[in-house]
Ligand binder design. Structure first.
Ligand code: NVA
Length: 262
């Protein structure tokens, strides 16, 4: 059976503007077998799921990125043969979609999660508490630290994400560069990690000057990379393209399982 896919870009429908999420959900639910939402507030994808009457997949919101989690955990398992007991360090903006979802996932899977960043970028206290509860059941640990040496000590995986996410204004670049530069993933951070530690990133990554934004930032602030150095991104430690491939397998599996084929 062939698949038909329709892409609705932000200007391609009245969703939330002239038509409520609940109404759009019911219209799309009559026309499609499933809806993947990749956008902004978590409440939008939850309303779509409530009203559409067909499977709704969260392809990323400001608050969470669950399908990326399946790909990331699959990638860690491929490289380390296990998840439980892995020391997983997240550096940078830990209070957005990636930091939140990785903390929840590590807590549920018995991993040792560390958010290593400026405390302004620690995940929300209520989510940390929820994760501490999961951790009690799974044997996971959750650590928040501003100290790179402590955070990265004996790490198996060091992970980062862009410092300014989709949906955030350009004005925040300057502040982010100032506050998050000490938490750049570089050779100094990896010097604290295990010798076979791996680097992960959900992409897109600012590791060189081959992007428009990378060039603009270089012109304004004189830096040639941001959350990760090119040296680490291009090193043998980097498993970012394994993650990228695994997103395809994991999202296909989620769709297959939820469309009533499993
Ligand atoms: N935090 C990033 C993740 C991209 C996959 C963003 O929301 O833009």
């Amino acid at each position: 059976m062939g698949a038909n896919v329709t892409y609705l870009d932000p200007s391609g429908s009245q969703i939330g503007k002239k038509e409520s999420i609940a109404d759009t959900a019911r219209v799309l639910g009559r026309m499609y077998d499933g809806i993947e939402y990749r956008g902004f507030e978590q409440t939008i994808v939850e309303d779509l799921a409530k009203y559409a009457g067909v499977p709704v997949w969260n392809g990323l919101t400001n608050e969470s990125h669950p399908t990326q989690m399946i790909a990331d955990m699959m990638t860690i398992k491929e490289h380390f043969g296990k998840l439980s007991g892995i020391k997983f360090v997240y550096m940078g903006d830990a209070r957005y979609n990636m930091g939140n979802s990785l903390m929840v996932t590590c807590a549920k899977l018995g991993m040792d999660f560390v958010a290593c960043t400026n405390k302004k970028y620690f995940p929300e206290t209520s989510l940390v508490q929820q994760c501490q509860d999961f951790a009690k059941q799974t044997g996971a640990t959750i650590t928040l630290t501003e100290d790179v040496a402590e955070g990265c000590k004996d790490a198996d995986v060091i992970y980062t994400d862009v410092w300014v996410s989709m949906g955030e204004p350009d004005e925040v670049w300057e502040e982010r560069i100032k506050e998050l530069s000490p938490y750049q993933v570089n050779a100094a951070a990896f010097a604290y990690a295990k010798t076979d530690a791996k680097f992960m990133h959900c992409l897109p990554a600012f590791h060189d000057l081959n992007t428009t934004i990378g060039k603009e930032i270089h012109k304004k602030f004189g830096i040639d990379c941001m959350e990760v150095t090119d040296e680490i991104f291009e090193s043998e430690r980097s498993i970012v393209f394994d993650e990228a491939e695994n997103r395809m397998h994991s999202i296909k599996a989620v769709m297959y399982a939820t469309l009533g084929n499993a």
